[in-house]
Design a protein around this ligand. Structure first.
Ligand SMILES: [Zn+2]
Length: 97
């Protein structure tokens, strides 16, 4: 019976877990190479603890191109529900699509 329940939970959670993220689409400002990275919110966000005990999340990502020495730096801030609040990028730009 326990196994059955575990299967049920696992199946139920699988699609949700897989979609708990977003694509980070950026372009290198040096060579215009495009990057499409999948960010998994469950794994890759860092917890930030506020003074009042609140928890927010942040992401810092360095992206290296294949053919150039440019290093793209992405910084994102999320609220306690992991909704994107703000984002910054250095040496590249965000692609909207
Ligand atoms: Zn580049």
């Amino acid at each position: 019976m326990f196994k059955k329940l575990a299967d049920k939970i696992f199946r139920k959670d699988t699609p949700k877990a897989a979609s708990d993220g977003f694509f980070l689409n950026v372009r290198c400002s040096e060579c215009q190479e495009k990057f499409h990275l999948f960010i998994n919110k469950s794994w890759e966000l860092m917890q930030d603890f506020g003074e009042n005990g609140s928890v927010t999340y942040s992401l810092q990502k360095e992206i290296f191109g294949v053919g150039c020495s440019n290093r793209i730096l992405v910084k994102m801030q999320f609220d306690s529900r992991k909704n994107l609040k703000s984002r910054k990028i250095e040496n590249g730009e965000f692609i909207e699509d």
